[in-house]
Structure formats: C-alpha cells, structure tokens
Design a protein around this ligand. Structure first.
Ligand code: PHE
Length: 342
C-alpha cells in the first residue's frame, strides 16, 4: 500500500518537474518534493510504520526514487537556466560599444619618483648607493658624529627611543657615513646614503616625524671645499636645470667644518618672492660641509692625509619645490587624491 503511494508520488513529481519552466517553479518544486518537509522526505519517515517484512523493499525503492528525482531535477535545472539565459540575451542584446570598465593602475609614490631621479643623477656623477640601517645606536647617530651627550645640538635632533637603552631610530642619514667609512677605509669613497629618518617633532606643514634623506659622502686625498661646491652646483643643474641659480650660506653642523647650506632659487616665483619661499626668493634644500677631522678619525681615516665632503638633502623638500606641494604631511597621509596626481 505504501509502496503504491510512493510510486504515485514519484510519477506525479516527475510530471510536475517536466512542466517546470522557470527557476522559481523549479525551486518551489524542490522544496515541496525533496526538501526537509517535501513529499518524498515525508514518505521516507513512514518506514517506521511498516512491518519488518515490508521494510527492505520500501527502503530500497525510496532511495531509488530520491536518486532519480534528484538527477531529473539537475537536468531540468540546466535546461531551464540555459533557456532563461538565451531569452535574456535575445531580449537585452550585448552593446559592444559601451566603454569598458577601467581598472586602476598603481604608480610610484612621488617621494620614490624623486628619490629615483636623485639616484640617477648621483649615479651619473659616479656615486654608489650605500644602504644603511634605520635603527641606530646613540653612538653612531650622535657620539661618532661629534655630538657628545650633553651637546646642545642634540636638541635639533630629538628622536624616538626603543625600550633597549641606546637604541634609537636614526634622526638623519649621517650615521651611515661612519658605517661606509669603516667598511671602505682606506679606499677613497663616493657614495650616497638614502633612507627614512625619524624625529620627534611637532608636525607642521614643513616638518614631519618621518621623512627621507639622501646623504652624500666623498672621502679621498686632497678633496677641498671647491670640490664640494662644484659637485653640488653640478647636481643642482642636473636636478633643476642649467638656468636655476643656487647659493651657499655658512651654517653649523657638529660633524662638518666648515659647514654650509645650499639654497635654490625658488621655482614657484623665479626668485621674486612668494609664500612658499617666505618672500626670500630662495629655498633651502640641503646641509653640507667638509667632513670634521674627528668624524674622519672615527671612520678610520687619518685627517692629516684624507679629507672629504658630506651633504644631506631632503627629497620630499625637492619634490615640494618641483611640484609646488605646500604641505609635507601630504606625503605620508596616503590620500589617493594627492598620490594619483603624480
Ligand atoms: N645630517 C644633517 C641634518 O640632518 C644634514 C647634513 C648632512 C649636514 C651632511 C652636513 C653634512 O640636518
């Protein structure tokens, strides 16, 4: 009796399935037939009411029915879906003249672009890139650069300290001078040392707590202040163009003697004076000087025989000048509206 009922249900479900023409009817059919409360599922549960002699035959048939309906359902599903897709394509068509979807491309950060330009120029001038560490010791960042513990110049370079005593984030790329000298001594040196520097500063439009620097170092016999000026003037020509004027101003750094700063004629106002150059017509782009004898000695070179010059320039500063960027904080703000302009 129940076997009969099962076969009836099977036949009826199969007919209904064959007549289902849309995904929605198919879904409903599935729920009503093979779903948790579906007809076939309900019947399966009836097994318990059968006598032991009828159970095997019924159980076997129930499994067959389930399998067959499941397979028939999958077949019908493919048929219906294909038909639906074809109908949709026939109705909507495909407009091949619509513009494609744009994909966004990555690009180099403006600081990286400027750094690479700087590397290229110094590379052309015979300088190698020397990589030096971001995490430094107090000794390298200060002591060996002729800035002893209570020296007032330290105030200019307040920095981040680690929990390890004497281990700090470098405040400038100058400690790399010592590393390079100790590695190359007694050979002559011509290197640039690029990288991030960190200072514990109030963040303003002109200063950030992190920024790049490119240090330069030349050590050899009979290197003079004239070489320093000539080399930096040549760099400025290559970087800013033949016509751009530069000037040197006397300055002070504990690790160079004499020391100077180099200004470039403001490119936004061509020297007339504007807000960016604070109405001076000049913009400072680097600090420089002849390597202090103490620093040469700390690097292993005898200052009676060797001399050298060093400089430290700010790539973000240069990028600001080149592109007329007014706020240094834009560099690390990660705002795509800014970054995508380069
Ligand atoms: N280290 C100096 C600074 O951070 C720049 C500098 C480098 C000056 C090398 C002279 C020589 O301001």
């Amino acid at each position: 009796m129940m076997l009969e009922q099962l076969n009836d249900t099977y036949q009826r479900s199969l007919d209904q399935l064959q007549n289902a023409r849309t995904s929605e009817t198919l879904e409903t059919w599935y729920r009503q037939t093979l779903g948790r409360k579906g007809d076939v599922t309900q019947l399966t549960r009836q097994v318990g009411y059968l006598g032991p002699e009828d159970r095997p035959a019924f159980g076997k048939r129930v499994n067959e029915v389930k399998k067959e309906l499941e397979a028939a359902y999958q077949q019908q599903l493919v048929k219906v879906r294909t038909a639906e897709l074809e109908a949709k394509m026939a109705a909507d068509g495909l407009d091949v003249t619509l513009p494609g979807r744009r994909y966004s491309r990555g690009r180099l950060h403006p600081a990286t672009q400027t750094l690479r330009e700087i590397y290229r120029i110094w590379g052309d001038m015979g300088f190698q890139i020397y990589r030096s560490r971001d995490v430094e010791t107090d000794e390298f960042n200060f002591e060996l650069l002729n800035i002893p513990e209570h020296h007032p110049a330290r105030d200019l370079w307040d920095t981040f300290h680690t929990t390890e005593p004497g281990i700090i984030l470098r405040t400038h790329t100058s400690p790399g001078q010592i590393h390079a000298m100790r590695e190359y001594c007694p050979e002559p040196i011509r290197v640039i040392l690029p990288g991030m520097c960190y200072r514990y500063e109030q963040i303003t439009a002109r200063s950030e707590i992190q920024f790049n620097q490119v240090e330069g170092l030349a050590v050899g016999k009979s290197i003079s202040m004239a070489d320093l000026k000539g080399t930096l003037a040549d760099f400025a020509k290559r970087m800013f163009g033949e016509e751009r004027k530069i000037r040197f101003r006397a300055s002070y750094f504990p690790f160079t003697e004499p020391s100077a700063e180099m200004d470039v004629e403001c490119m936004l106002c061509n020297g007339d004076g504007c807000q960016v150059c604070q109405y001076t017509g000049w913009l400072e782009i680097l600090g420089c000087g002849m390597v202090h004898p103490t620093v040469l000695r700390n690097g292993g070179y005898d200052p009676a025989v060797y001399s050298g010059f060093a400089f430290g320039l700010g790539p973000e500063r240069i990028a600001m000048l080149k592109y007329g960027i007014e706020d240094i904080r834009l560099f690390w703000g990660n705002d795509l509206r800014f970054l995508e302009q380069f």
